[in-house]
Design a protein around this ligand. Structure first.
Ligand code: CDP
Length: 223
């Protein structure tokens, strides 16, 4: 029978790379819900929509012409035929994504699409690893497995600095710190992803390697 593995966590917790690896290992689909919010931010900026205009951004969410691959071996995102897989990782998107993600009408629309994608993956691919900020609590609270991946602030900042700058030296860490901490604080106003909700298993990856983190999730899933 199909399984959904819901994985939440803050920025730099390792949840994206770990979720992708778990999906590959188990032969399941992979749903990166953060990529959906990022794609919306990209499109809103592309169309020069004022991100403070709640109605205009909500309207853009409902009209978003999004195509998302759920193949963990080749994750890709396109908007209106433009491949934005790389572009949505740029700093200008990371620093504006919370503005669209804290819009409650946007969240209603993207959650609706996420549930559709999860249902389809369950029917056609045996299940899905879905990751984000509110998957264990709101999008898929009845998932077979629910996991919160956490890490110390220090570990998260070092990882994110490596992702973005390819280095974790002092000057990079400072720039990363401001950005990541502000985004977490903004995101936390609409989702609870720092403490596991009832029934959610917490995995602290601060002192785990990537492989150990993947194994820890697989251990939870395999019981
Ligand atoms: O890059 P990082 O792992 O930190 O974030 P992400 O998973 O790519 O998500 C990007 C942004 O999308 C987050 O900062 C949130 O603003 C938003 N998001 C959300 O609100 N709810 C989700 N389920 C997933 C992402």
């Amino acid at each position: 029978s199909p399984i959904t593995i819901a994985i939440d966590g803050p920025s730099g917790s390792g949840k994206s790379s770990v979720s992708k690896a778990v999906a590959r290992e188990l032969g399941l689909a992979y749903l990166d819900t953060g990529a959906m919010y990022r794609a919306l931010a990209w499109w809103a900026l592309h169309r020069e929509i004022d991100l403070a205009d709640q109605n205009a951004v909500a309207e853009a969410a409902r009209a978003l012409p999004l195509a998302l691959s759920t193949d963990p071996a080749r994750a890709s995102v396109s908007v209106d035929g433009t491949d934005v897989t790389e572009a949505i990782r740029e700093t200008r998107i990371s620093s504006s994504v919370s503005a669209v993600a804290t819009n409650l009408d946007v969240r209603a629309e993207l959650r609706r699409r996420q549930r559709e994608l999860i249902d389809r993956a369950r029917e056609e691919q045996g299940g899905v690893v879905a990751e984000g900020r509110d998957i264990t609590t709101v999008v898929a609270p009845d998932a077979e497995h629910r996991i919160l991946v956490t890490a110390s602030e220090e570990a998260r900042l070092a990882r994110r600095s490596l992702d973005v700058h390819g280095a974790a030296g002092a000057e990079h860490l400072a720039a990363t710190r401001d950005q990541v901490l502000r985004r977490d604080r903004d995101d936390a106003t609409v989702s609870a992803f720092f403490e596991p909700a009832d029934g959610v298993v917490g995995i602290d990856t601060s002192d785990l390697t990537f492989e150990e983190s993947v194994q820890a999730v697989l251990d939870v899933v395999r019981g």
